[in-house]
Design a binder for this molecule. Structure first.
Ligand code: ADP
Ligand code: G6P
Length: 472
């Protein structure tokens, strides 16, 4: 087995095994923040990505993709149901997102969670070079750092949580809270999107495990685990360059013509997820159409909502409700050839997304809770001429970094309507001043800065141990 100095461990591999008729694989760039964040980073580094290739049964052998080795971990149908759809996406996901949907607890799901985490830890132990660095990602794999440390104490281990980490009042609901915390504390560095999350984690380590903890460090036996906020970002330069490409500019012009040359285009791009606030946003839009503040004649709403986690009941219910709502609004307010909402559920390539960002006068990103929200950052990066208004939920991690956006509380329907109107009616000067400031921030705080700051903190956290263990 070939070994690598850098190993990323994430639930999913970032490739699409169905893309290439000639058998070659391509980066999948699946709709999801984790893959979007890590793709630009790994392209430039010799690394192995450990993850699930989709499907059940034996793990397929996959070719390298853009120089990155793909190491697939097999899952059975039961594990997929109980680990991914169950504990990860029906227990942890809703709980970590403010319990906006009720988290479910089942003992069988926890058993599968442990088993799958063990398998991922064993796979990482196999492919990491002696003294190498293993970077474990997200809520599906919270036990991996601890399990991996037992197998390979020579490794430097990082863990990064892409989603919010909840306040103690919520986390304390988890029947297996102590084990989950101990698992994460197997890492040398535990990274979060926001400082508040690191604070929550430190409080819980003290409360549940009685460990000495500050918002920067937690003492675990003879080890010191560093914790901190590392807000994830995007490849800003890449998105800006893509949006400025002549073919993308032409495509955007054509899209605007196809829409009938409206005065305003509002765009939303989400995975179909109940955390994204799609229903609330559509309701606000419906009321603005009903009151006549917005008219189908001159304003177009494009809602892209790519289906996600489709076997999980809540996601099926959400999709049905959204589609019912869209149908109703179009029936009530659309005109022949002029739907009130253009509703699209297809995955798009990066160029098409960039063209959509280019035509959006207002980008409405209004999740009820979101770890970061990379769509908001991609939109800003794509607005190369400093035009365009970003309507952004206060409850997205991105709001902490982009305070110049038109900020909203998506639970406050009246506030949401007013701020959307404000963004639609803003003067070009106001819009440009805000956009310039946000673009400036993202130029300096891009994905490379994120990886650089995380990895250098991981190096430092190693030296805090005061000892180097060599592989035996
Ligand atoms: P989440 O991680 O919850 O899915 P983010 O906004 O952080 O939310 O990340 C979503 C990522 O998925 C972004 O990079 C976005 O460009 C991509 N994406 C969203 N919808 C689509 C789509 N329809 N086609 C292709 N990519 C998409
Ligand atoms: C979020 C999570 C990721 C996940 C992505 C897509 O970004 O933080 O871990 O991969 O959503 O969800 P999916 O269930 O399709 O992997």
């Amino acid at each position: 087995m070939r070994q690598s100095p850098l190993v990323v461990v994430a639930h999913r591999l970032p490739i699409d095994d169905s893309v290439a008729p000639d058998g070659a694989c391509e980066w999948r760039r699946s709709p999801g923040g984790l893959v979007s964040a890590l793709h630009p980073l790994l392209r430039d580094t010799p690394a192995t990505w450990v993850g699930w290739a989709g499907g059940t049964g034996p793990a397929p052998h996959l070719p390298d993709v853009d120089g990155v080795r793909m190491h697939s971990v097999p899952l059975t149908g039961d594990e997929l149901r109980d680990h991914y759809e169950g504990f990860a996406n029906a227990t942890l996901w809703p709980l970590y997102h403010d319990a906006v949907e009720h988290p479910e607890y089942h003992r069988r799901w926890w058993e599968a969670y442990q088993r799958v985490n063990q398998r991922f830890a064993e796979a990482a132990a196999e492919v990491a070079e002696p003294g190498g660095l293993v970077w474990v990602q997200d809520y599906h794999l919270q036990l991996v750092p601890g399990l991996l440390r037992e197998l390979r104490p020579d490794l430097r281990i990082g863990f990064f949580l892409h989603v919010p980490f909840p306040p103690p009042e919520l986390f304390m609901q988890l029947p297996r809270r102590a084990e989950l915390l101990r698992g994460m504390l197997g890492a040398d560095l535990v990274g979060f999107q926001r400082a508040q999350a690191a604070h929550n984690f430190a409080q819980l380590a003290a409360k549940v495990l009685q460990l000495p903890a500050t918002d920067r460090r937690i003492a675990v036996g003879d080890r010191v685990v560093r914790i901190g906020a590392f807000p994830v970002s995007i490849d800003t330069a890449e998105m800006s360059a893509l949006a400025a490409r002549p073919e993308v500019v032409d495509r955007a012009d054509r899209l605007r013509q196809d829409l009938g040359g409206p005065e305003h285009v509002i765009l939303s791009v989400d995975r179909m997820d109940y955390t994204k606030g799609i229903e609330q946003r559509l309701k606000a839009y419906r009321e603005l159409l009903a009151s006549g503040d917005v008219k189908v004649r001159d304003t177009v709403l494009i809602q892209v909502a790519v289906p996600s986690r489709e076997r999980v009941a809540r996601y099926q219910i959400l999709r049905d409700r959204v589609e019912h709502q869209v149908g109703r609004i179009n029936g009530e307010f659309g005109r022949v050839g002029e739907p009130a909402i253009h509703y699209l559920t297809q995955p798009f390539d990066r160029a098409e997304l960039a063209a959509l960002y280019r035509i959006a006068d207002v980008m409405a990103v209004t999740p009820l809770r979101d770890g970061m929200n990379l769509v908001a950052k991609e939109y800003v990066a794509a607005r190369v001429d400093d035009t365009g208004a970003l309507l952004l939920s206060e409850f997205a991690g991105a709001a902490a970094e982009l305070p110049q956006a038109y900020l909203v509380n998506p639970h406050d329907l009246e506030g949401l309507k007013q701020e959307l109107l404000r963004a639609l009616r803003a003067t070009p000067e106001d819009v440009a001043a805000r956009m310039r400031a946000m673009r400036d921030h993202l130029r300096h705080n891009d994905i490379h800065a994120w990886a650089g700051s995380y990895l250098s903190a991981l190096e430092e956290s190693g030296s805090l141990l005061g000892r180097r263990v060599t592989a035996g």
